[in-house]
Ligand binder design. Structure first.
Ligand SMILES: Cc1cc2nc3c(=O)[nH]c(=O)nc-3n(C[C@H](O)[C@H](O)[C@H](O)COP(=O)(O)OP(=O)(O)OC[C@H]3O[C@@H](n4cnc5c(N)ncnc54)[C@H](O)[C@@H]3O)c2cc1C
Length: 444
């Protein structure tokens, strides 16, 4: 029986493992194994909601172990660190527990076909000060860490500004009297930075509603710093202009044409001068894991594996790569397929079809990317973006409730791919009920 190993259970890898488990594993046609360095999966586009506290990872994350047992694939926890192409073995680093104690030694896993789906992380462009002083949204742990720091900073702010500590007596300060604001700088005004900026203001509004004393909308100052001449440079000028207007109405300070040169603990040195900041989030560009360039595969300058239209790594017959960790430029296109959940989803689908074709000795198909457009959430019912009709190759702008429902449907599609129709229905229903009974903000 063929051994298919998928490394990385993210937006692409988990959908692929589910599909292969259902189509091959269930019928004993192949042994499908998913490897991930974490125990649970959280769809990455939800991370900015984890930061603001509007999403609780405990409720939303999926246990790989439980999911694998229901979908006929095996799950092994581990972190890929090397590859022996001759022996068709991948190498997993020794596994440590949460105290740093080694619980498993280095392991070697055999494969007949390997799929790399390990995603990418934010690109610090080799600037060591970014690594030292910035928060990044590359994993649920990092997003939760930032969320706690955010809550703690506002707790400090509330205590510092509330002169009267008697809970029975209201504070006498007005927002104008308050000594300072909490300043958060976000570097990079792509979709991630823009959505995070909007989410943070919503979180502060919620803190105010929960009665945390002396917290007002104006207690937060967000600087959104972008090297290009406008925010959301990948979208049309009109979408970018509308998003900028919505953010500025919230209070976001947008600084375009601004290059960050150096980051310090509480400030950023930029091409337009120094900016004080209590917290700094880095959301500028992506890069794949550096070790990918040492595996003997063809990679580009940001370490993404170069792939053919069949999704096989260039020059390889048994190694596929999908999602953010690979680079593919369709014939005639000027730019590679963008690193989005939408692309990872489409690649996962074709990769599953091609692996099934291999098992059934049929020819491989080639990947065609369908760009359905981009939507950016700037708060409930403040979603906007542009959709692309592939048939007539025309873009049109959407906003308001329609855009909000389309945006929410992206995650629902991912859930549908993972759970199938019946279970998805119950999950959707329970999330509606939870929204009604739980606080709108995770306060811990
Ligand atoms: C805050 C944020 C918001 C976003 N919003 C959107 C959006 O609205 N729409 C959109 O289309 N895209 C969005 N994206 C981009 C989207 O999340 C990614 O393009 C998508 O998740 C890529 O899928 P993937 O499967 O390639 O990688 P990922 O989803 O990143 O999954 C990678 C998996 O590999 C695992 N892994 C990593 N290294 C190893 C290793 N060495 N060994 C074992 N396992 C490993 C990780 O634990 C993870 O489970 C957003 C990204 C971020 C960060």
């Amino acid at each position: 029986m063929k051994k298919i190993v998928i490394v990385g259970g993210g937006a692409g890898g988990l959908e692929l493992a589910t599909r292969l488990g259902q189509k091959l594993g269930k019928y004993g046609l192949a042994e499908v194994t998913l490897i991930d360095r974490n125990r649970t999966h959280l769809w990455k586009p939800l991370l900015h909601e984890v930061v603001s506290g509007s999403l609780d990872t405990g409720l939303e994350a999926i246990s790989y172990r439980a999911h694998s047992s229901e979908n006929h694939y095996y799950f092994r926890m581990g972190s890929l660190c090397g590859l022996d192409k001759e022996k068709r073995q991948l190498i997993l680093a020794p596994l440590e527990d949460h105290h740093g104690k080694q619980i498993l030694q280095q392991r070697f896993i055999d494969y007949d076909y390997l799929v790399l789906a390990i995603g990418a992380s934010s690109n610090d462009f080799g600037n060591a000060s970014v690594h030292e002083h910035c928060y990044r949204l590359d994993s649920a742990q990092e997003a939760e860490d930032f969320h706690l720091t955010f809550l703690n900073r506002f707790m400090q702010y509330s205590e510092e500004n509330c002169l009267n500590m008697d809970p029975e007596t209201p504070c006498e300060n007005t927002s104008e009297d308050l000594s300072d604001t909490v300043t958060i700088s976000i570097v990079g005004a792509g979709a991630t930075g823009v959505e995070l900026a909007a989410e943070l203001y919503q979180a502060v509004d919620q803190l105010e509603r929960f009665g945390i004393r002396e917290i007002h909308h104006s207690s937060l100052e967000v600087n959104l710093i972008e090297a290009a001449d406008r925010i959301l440079p990948a979208l049309s000028e009109s979408v970018s202009g509308k998003a900028a207007q919505t953010l500025e109405e919230q209070g976001v300070k947008i600084l375009c044409n601004t290059m960050v040169q150096e980051v310090h603990a509480n400030s950023l040195q930029t091409s337009s001068g120094e900016i004080h900041s209590d917290l700094i989030v880095w959301a500028a560009g992506i890069k794949a894991a550096e070790f990918l360039s040492r595996l003997g595969l063809q990679t580009n300058r940001i370490h993404q594996v170069e792939i053919e239209a069949t999704l096989l790594a260039k020059g390889e017959e048994r190694i596929f790569a999908i999602g953010d960790c690979c680079s593919f430029t369709p014939e005639g296109a000027q730019r590679p397929v963008p690193p989005t959940a939408q692309a990872a989803h489409q690649m996962a689908k074709l990769c599953a079809d091609n692996l099934i074709a291999i098992v059934k000795r049929k020819p491989l198909q080639t990947f065609e990317y369908y760009d359905h457009g981009t939507l950016v959430s700037l708060g409930p019912f403040k979603t906007l973006g542009q959709l692309l009709n592939q048939m007539i190759k025309r873009k049109w702008q959407v906003e308001g409730k329609l855009a909000y429902w389309l945006y929410a449907s992206l995650y629902r599609q991912h859930q549908l791919a993972l759970y199938g129709g019946r279970k998805f229905f119950w999950i959707w229903l329970s999330s509606l009920l939870e929204k009604r009974i739980k606080p709108k903000l995770k306060l811990y």
